[in-house]
Design a binder for this molecule. Structure first.
Ligand code: AGP
Length: 609
């Protein structure tokens, strides 16, 4: 939930570090800091708030340092403050850290008993003390780092500067993402690729336990045991523009409008109309242990959990397997009865969500075959699961997840089709019409995006309300949850998603003129019943917005506002229905003037439990 960056090369480090941190602000932004060499001394500047505050600190005087580290923070230990901002230094050692040191209090007390004094409330600071102690004992930098981390329990992605060794940068990774960027005569360390894309596309994804010593011309990667693992070099295909806003006012709007391409890219190379078949790269050699599954748990958080609620329908309908969608934070605390007969599907855009990662570990420990649906190549969840089906949505920078959701649904649909085929439950002929419908989805999403002007008008009408109710039935119930989550997390309106059938069991008491109701009433088993929910709401002066299929005049004439979307197969309708709900949340938030890409209290990747 923090962003770190390191640079070692021939150019001025400060502008590279600041620009890189700006590109990582979606990971956290309550304070920021940089450490660079100023001649033979380490100079540290830190500030509250966003990275732009650092520019003012470095304006005075020129510092041509070509080695440095930087950090943008999302507080976990120690309130947001300048003294708790990273980098943390001690006796010529500067450290930036993303993660949580679980035994930091024990280590801090041990250090205090050896005469150490601390200047922050953070867990991170103890790392600089441990490394400094080891250096003072005569250890070389990489050994000093190794010995320090041997005592540390918890998650970390680290970059370290050592005053006595200005020509090296140290790094280490355990359960928090960290990549190395290989430039021409320059090296980078970063939490995520957007930070270094302007300079290089050649990256190495570090693994848990990796320790790294970087010089301008060499990278040495070792494990705690001293082994030298080989780490492949990947080429990041994302253009720099993908990580920029591309002309849109916010990353979120850009990512909403990227969904036709994101869905098309997620389908690409994985379906054949002619053969009526699905090809999921690498699934073939996992077929056996997935086929033995007797039931499925889809486990995730937030928006990804809502995608799992949709995916559950696919696995039950196509694969005839009992399937449940579970919140990762709840799933693993109830000691679930799972084992080799349980296929666990972990869904995560970032691949770093701590709760989902822990649920994955639980499943693996109990012998479950595990499949990840993930958007970030080389992320922790993708490298721990038995098999990963990547969504090819490109970087999702806005904290509110949009294109990840639609591409996750596509990936789940493809997985369910492949599993149904392997269980001989569908024929190529039966799959062909599904595939033909899949191929239409990008164009149908574009048509839904064309509703933007109408959605803006509805947003203007409803942006002043403090509460909102989203209702859906069947496969539209997860959409009610997701639409409400979008609205609440970026506009700060209290929005609630509810199964429409539950209205009469309590929530109908909430209905009055101050309670707008958005009812999802597209075709399918729930449409007729939700029509009566709409009547119940209207009878109590509720302000109803109905999302219907084009041409459904029966409902349109009975509500205040109608959003008409194209019709597709019932199972794929959620991918179209979510588009206007994303746009509605976005435009209401714009009117309310909230920080859309970085809403208060939120971070893009929740890497703490
Ligand atoms: C959704 O808009 C939020 N950003 C949040 O609920 C998110 O979906 C959740 O934290 C899960 O993240 P993940 O997909 O990266 O695991």
């Amino acid at each position: 939930m923090c962003g770190i960056i390191g640079y070692l090369g021939e150019r001025e480090a400060i502008p590279i570090l600041i620009e890189g941190l700006k590109r990582l602000e979606y990971r956290g932004y309550d304070s920021a800091g940089i450490a660079v060499f100023d001649h033979d001394r380490i100079e540290v500047k830190r500030c509250m708030g966003k990275v732009s505050g650092l520019e003012n600190l470095f304006k005075t005087g020129r510092n041509s340092a070509s080695v440095g580290i930087g950090h943008t923070r999302w507080a976990t230990h120690g309130r947001p403050s300048e003294e708790n901002a990273h980098p943390h230094t001690y006796e010529g050692v500067a450290v930036v850290h993303n993660g949580i040191i679980e035994n930091y209090l024990t280590l801090k007390n041990e250090l205090k008993s050896r005469g150490h004094h601390f200047s922050s409330e953070t867990d991170t600071e103890i790392i600089s003390h441990l490394i400094a102690e080891n250096l003072q004992a005569g250890l070389k930098p990489l050994e000093a780092l190794r010995k320090a981390l041997a005592k540390v329990e918890g998650s970390y992605a680290l970059a370290v500067l050592i005053e006595s060794h200005p020509d090296i940068l140290l790094a280490a990774r355990n359960q928090s993402p960290l990549i190395l960027g290989l430039g021409n005569g320059e090296m980078f360390v970063a939490s995520d690729s957007p930070a270094i894309l302007p300079y290089t596309r050649q990256v190495i994804f570090l693994e848990d336990g990796d320790l790294v010593q970087i010089t301008q011309s060499q990278i040495k990667i070792e494990t705690q045991s001293g082994a030298s693992p080989s780490r492949p070099i990947h080429t990041i295909s994302w253009d720099d523009s993908q990580a920029e806003k591309g002309g849109y006012k916010h990353f979120m709007l850009k990512e909403i409008f990227e969904q036709p391409q994101a869905v098309a890219d997620t389908l690409r190379g994985r379906i054949s109309v002619e053969q009526g078949d699905v090809f999921l790269e690498g699934l073939e050699d996992r077929r056996e242990n997935f086929l033995s599954a007797k039931r499925i748990y889809l486990v995730a958080c937030g928006t990804s959990y809502h995608a799992g609620l949709v995916g559950r329908y696919y696995f039950e309908r196509f694969c005839l397997l009992p399937s449940e969608a579970e919140l990762a934070s709840e799933f693993r605390h109830r000691n679930p009865i799972i084992g080799p007969e349980t296929l666990m599907i972990l869904i995560s855009q970032s691949g770093e969500t701590a709760d989902t990662l822990k649920a994955l570990r639980e499943g693996k420990a109990k012998g479950c075959p595990t499949l990840a649906i993930c958007n970030v190549l080389g992320s922790s969840i993708s490298r721990m699961a038995d098999f990963t089906l990547y969504t090819h949505a490109g970087p999702e920078i806005g904290v509110a997840s949009t294109k990840a959701f639609s591409t996750q649904i596509i990936a789940l649909y493809l997985t369910a089709l492949a599993l149904a085929r392997d269980r001989s439950l569908v024929s190529p002929a039966g799959t062909k019409d599904k595939i033909q419908e899949l191929l239409k989805i990008p164009q149908l999403i574009k048509k839904c995006l064309g509703l933007d002007p109408e959605i803006q008008m509805i947003a203007r009408k409803f942006s002043g309300f403090q509460n909102f109710l989203y209702l859906g039935r069947g496969i539209n119930y997860p959409l009610a949850l997701e639409g409400a989550l979008k609205l609440k997390e970026i506009s700060y309106i209290h929005a609630e998603g509810y199964p429409a059938g539950e209205m009469k069991h309590g929530p109908i008491a909430l209905i009055d003129r101050e309670m707008p109701v958005l009812a999802l009433a597209t075709h399918g088993e729930g449409r007729d019943k939700i029509r009566s929910n709409i009547e119940e709401a209207r009878a109590r002066c509720g302000r109803v917005i109905a999302l219907v299929n084009e041409g459904d005049e029966e409902i349109a004439e009975r509500v205040e506002e109608t959003i008409a979307v194209p019709r597709t197969q019932e199972e794929l309708q959620p991918i179209l229905n979510i588009i206007p709900l994303q746009l509605l949340a976005y435009h209401i938030a714009v009117i309310r003037g909230t920080n859309i890409d970085q809403p208060r209290n939120l971070a893009k990747s929740v890497t703490v439990e």
